[in-house]
Structure formats: C-alpha cells, structure tokens
Design a protein around this ligand. Sequence first.
Ligand code: SF4
Length: 387
Amino acid sequence: MGQLDLRTGDEGICALPDAFTPQPPPHFAVRRIVLARGSLDTPEREAFVRRVCAAYPDVTVDEQLDTPHNRIDMGEMSPAARHVAGKHTLVFGVLERAVRVSEEAGNCCPNYWHFSVYGFCPYGCTYCYLAGTQGVWFSPSVKIYVNLPQILAEMGRIARQRGGTTYFYHGKLQDGLALDPLTAYSTVMVPFFAKHPSARQILLTKSATVERLLTLEHRERTSLSWSLNPPAVAECYERNVPCVASRIEAMKLCAAAGYPVRAVIMPLIPVGDWDVSYPAFVADLVTRVPLERLTIGGVCSAKQAVRLMEHKLGPTNAISENMKCQSKGGDFRTRYSAELCIAMYDSMIASAREVRPDLEIGLCLESRGVCEAVHKRWRLGRCNCIP
Ligand code: SF4
C-alpha cells in the first residue's frame, strides 16, 4: 500500500493489496466468476483479479468486459431462482458512485456517509432487507469492486473538504467484512483510515474471520460492529451465516486488539419466549463484550424483500405474522406494531442497562413515534451508522 501524506492529506496513492494469499471465505460456495466492465482495465486490477480467481481453480471465469457489474445475467427468470444463483456468483467490477449520503426520511434515522467496496453478500439470512432493494433484486450476485484506491481517495477528499471528522459507513449495501479473506481489502482500508487526519470508518458484519484485522494499525479509527440475534433465532432465520458464538468470539478478539466494538441486534424476531430469550441474550452479550454502543431494531422491510422472505419461510412465519399489525412509518417500510416494538425494546434496554447502566443504546430504522416513546423512558443515544 502507498503512504498517505499527512501534511497535505493526499490519499491518492493507495493501491490494491498485492502481497497476500486469497483464501476462499467460509459460507461462500462460488460456482461462477464473472469479470465485468472495468475489472481488468489496468495491470494492477488484472493482477489482483487473477490472484483472487486463482483461489477457485475449478470455477470457470467468464469475461464480460463490456457489461457493467449490475447487468450480469444470472440465467434465471424467477426472482427466487435468480437470488439463489446470485449467492453463488462472484462478480468483479467497478462502482462509480461508491461514496454516497444515505437518503433516509420518515423514520428516526439520521443521514450519513456510506461507501461500497463490495456489493451484497454471500450469507443467507431469510429476512434480508437488502435482497429486495432495487440494486440487488435484478442483480443479486456478490460483487467485489476493484476501484478500491479511487474509492478511498474520494473519501479522503470529502473528509478534507468538509473539515472536522467525517465517518464513512460500510455495511449498508453489503456485509463489510465477509469477503476479506479473499480480498485482503482490510489491509489497505484500516491503515488508510488510521493515517488519514479526518476520515474514519464504521464497518458492519456477520463475519467471524478477523485474524487479519488483529495485527493492523487502526488507531481506533475503524469501529467494528456485529449484527447478532440470540443463537436459537439465528439458527432458524440466519442460514449459511457464521454461528453467533463465533461472532461473539470475533468481537472479543477485536475488542482486545483495541478496536471500538459495537453490536446491532436486528431484526428482533418475536418467537417463542422472546421476552425471556432476548433480554437474557443481551445481558450475556454486554457482560462478555466491552461494547462501545448497542443498537436494536425491529423488522423494516419493503415489499420485494417480504416476497423473498415468504418464499423461503412460508407465508405464516413469525415475521410476517407480526407484520400483519404493521405500523407503516413515513418511509413506507413494513414494521411490527408499535406496541410490540416498544415491549421488545423496553425488555432489552432494561436488561442491558442492568449490566451496563452507562451503555449507549440506539434504535435503528424505527418510526418516529416509537422512538419518542422509548426515548422518554430510557434516554436513547446514537445508533450504529453514525459517530
Ligand atoms: S448479512 Fe445482511 S446482506 Fe447478508 S444476507 Fe444477511 S441480512 Fe442480507
């Protein structure tokens, strides 16, 4: 990796990782690799892409260098079959507008900067809200964007122009770490943010593969955040995902390495004795992991995501059943009833605060009315996506 000029803040000299051995990441069974437009445009990109492809010697590499990464045909007509094919397809490409500001409105979320060096993810959460979004619905492949140096340079420029400290979130449109064994992107990204005078990163993941992170210089300028649910819930609703115990071990390792570590428990799924299992889970979590912040949230799905979820779980699953009493916020996402959400948040916040009275707790993508009601009782703090 190139050096960042701390005097000028010139970060245009980062490079793609070039001294690593790509390892096929757990939970990603690649059956097809596609090289889309831009992926081989420079000798550096070509060397990187060929190196990663070599980790899959038995997989055919299909060059479609005139096709953008989001137009690759999955060869399936039905959304469900296309989704399955996409989860086994690795696409290399270039993302031009990789650094953006979120466009939340009509809920309790603030807007924030986010970026993408990956697109979508290899895991199989049945409730996945991302699977129903416009960008993923027609193009559900797992993507690696090879213009990483340019993406980092853009964030560096934005941070310098804005003045003060700017946080960039990685995990809105992808899992932020699942593909790191394959790309070693963390070895460029974490030092970049560590050295930059004013750019910082927050990364959300369900990955448990963190060995590479532990020796990187981070200067606490990368916050690592794990998405979790109680193990019994995860076993039913999070398919082909690292088990919860391994995620918690990864959190402990990263906290011991000095990273600020956060947790997001979302979507809460009211199954069985949820009023016992969720508070018990959160109490155990905050006892075992020195969390910087906890964020919780119910379900908030758009129509297409619900369609895919019901294809996987059937129409009478616990999420759909509880969304029948939906509270549609101003953002038109479907949620559980306000009463159910407040009851779930109350029980979890009480449990967490009993162990850690000082713990900052925020809500994610919740309606304003529910946020205000919960805030009155518990004085909510900031959520995961912001500093
Ligand atoms: S980790 Fe996130 S993006 Fe990946 S399948 Fe699960 S919910 Fe979807």
